[in-house]
Design a binder for this molecule. Structure first.
Ligand code: ATP
Ligand code: MG
Length: 416
């Protein structure tokens, strides 16, 4: 039998029990079951039938409450990963730092099931002062639902939905923020952004994509701590930049990144281009707008094309009148590779797309039609035409054949 910690007797009597907090935070708020992925519903029901607590969590709940179709349906549960695996045949445990379960369904669909956990950096009273304890901490610190809600970034992302009781479990004041359409951190924005500066880019993404107001204290903290973004892991920063571009609100996202000054930290070349070249800037906004229209039509451009749209103005400036365009291109990318660890294949694809443009402009598209960069080259050709208000030729409108929007978001962090 486990020995109880010294404070346990105080909880044993009439004091709070696990789950009490959830009951106190529950608000009846039915969401039509048809709006929830049937496989996620099945996962939730099976967990509950086995005696576990299980809620829909994170971005899925937020999107449902905002009247949008969620991109994915994540589940939070009191069950440990091995207990989850015991319930589902089609289940794999993933993650080294934090272990969670992936339940697989038809067509490669995955429902992510994560055990409730608390933020390993939020110390409770009894480990205060034990420096050693901090060191051995990993992300694998299981917790109560309210602790799992508190570790999340924004109040609208910290909501849970109980499908059986048709209740939203709100430990963080997120429901009111959904109603007010307001983006607010859970806790002090100064602390939360310093803990993880990538949240600055996430704030921009959510505000732009979901068309939300930003809490003034959060906005101030974004501006104040934007310099900390240089300390964040480059791969995460690049991934968040790509997410800003993929969400159908690239124009609004980049404008907000520019306004807050975050852009001048992560992509100073783009920020100074926007600062200095008003005419070039309006072409850049038009290109990003063209990317957004494609996304809304279900034809999201590939990552290299999106990135090219963002870099295009600064890139053209660097290539303008260059004697050796190849060297100028390498020179342009060099600091980006250092800052963002921009993968080689991404640079290579951007180069191929740019080099193909002259062929496409002179009607020699057939010569490269079989090449693997062809679809990207044609997409960029169309974006460029649209942005400049020029007609798009029929052959270009008919291709590309591939629909890039069906691609999965394969780089989800193990955060949720
Ligand atoms: P999207 O629709 O873009 O996927 P999302 O809210 O689902 O948005 P994810 O990055 O998929 O965002 O993360 C899932 C959940 O994990 C978030 O809703 C949030 O609760 C939590 N989360 C993700 N990143 C962080 C972070 N950096 N700090 C705290 N919580 C985070
Ligand atoms: Mg998500």
């Amino acid at each position: 039998m486990k020995t109880l910690p010294a404070f346990a007797p105080a909880l044993a009597g009439d004091g709070p029990r696990p789950g009490d907090r959830d009951r106190a935070a529950a608000v009846r708020h039915p969401i039509a079951i048809e709006r929830i992925d049937p496989d996620a519903v099945q996962v939730l029901r099976r967990l509950v039938r086995a005696g576990h607590v299980a809620y829909l969590v994170g971005g899925g709940v937020r999107d449902l409450l905002l009247g949008r179709a969620p991109k994915d349906f994540d589940v939070g549960t009191s069950a440990r990963p091995l207990q989850v695996r015991a319930l589902f045949r089609n289940c794999r445990i993933i993650g080294r730092r934090f272990r969670l379960a992936h339940v697989f369904f038809r067509d490669g669909k995955v429902i992510e099931v994560a055990t409730f956990r608390r933020d390993p950096s939020s110390r409770s009273e009894h480990d205060e002062g034990t420096g050693r304890d901090l060191l051995i901490r990993s992300d694998n610190v299981y917790g109560e639902p309210h602790e799992d809600a508190a570790r999340r970034d924004f109040t609208i992302n910290g909501l849970f939905y109980d499908i059986e009781r048709e209740q939203v479990i709100d430990h963080v004041g997120g429901l009111l923020d959904v109603q007010r359409r307001l983006l607010r951190t859970i806790g002090d924005p100064d602390v939360r952004l310093r803990e993880d500066p990538v949240r600055i880019l996430r704030a921009i993404k959510f505000a732009a994509r979901l068309d939300l107001g930003i809490d003034p204290a959060l906005y101030d903290a974004m501006v104040e701590h934007r310099g900390q973004l240089v300390r964040a892991a480059p791969a995460r920063v690049l991934e968040e930049i790509l997410r800003l571009l993929r969400g159908g609100a690239a124009h609004r996202s980049v404008a907000l990144a520019w306004d807050t000054g975050a852009l001048s930290v992560v992509l100073p070349e783009v920020a100074s281009f926007l600062d200095d070249d008003a005419e070039g800037a309006s072409l850049l906004w038009a290109r990003l707008g063209a990317c957004d229209r494609r996304q809304r039509a279900g034809r999201l451009p590939s990552d290299p094309v999106l990135l090219l749209a963002l870099l295009s103005g600064a890139l053209e400036e660097a290539l303008h009148e260059a004697r050796d365009p190849a060297a100028a291109l390498d020179g342009f990318f060099e600091p980006l590779v250092r800052r963002l660890v921009l993968p080689r294949r991404m640079r290579e694809r951007i180069r191929q797309v740019l080099y193909a443009q002259r062929r496409l402009a002179t009607g020699r598209h057939a010569a490269i039609a079989g090449r693997d960069f062809y679809d990207d080259a044609v997409t960029w050709f169309c974006i460029e035409r649209e942005a400049r208000g020029q007609p798009v030729p029929e052959w270009a409108r008919a291709s590309p054949s591939r629909d890039a929007s069906v691609r999965r978001d394969a780089t989800r962090p193990a955060a949720g």
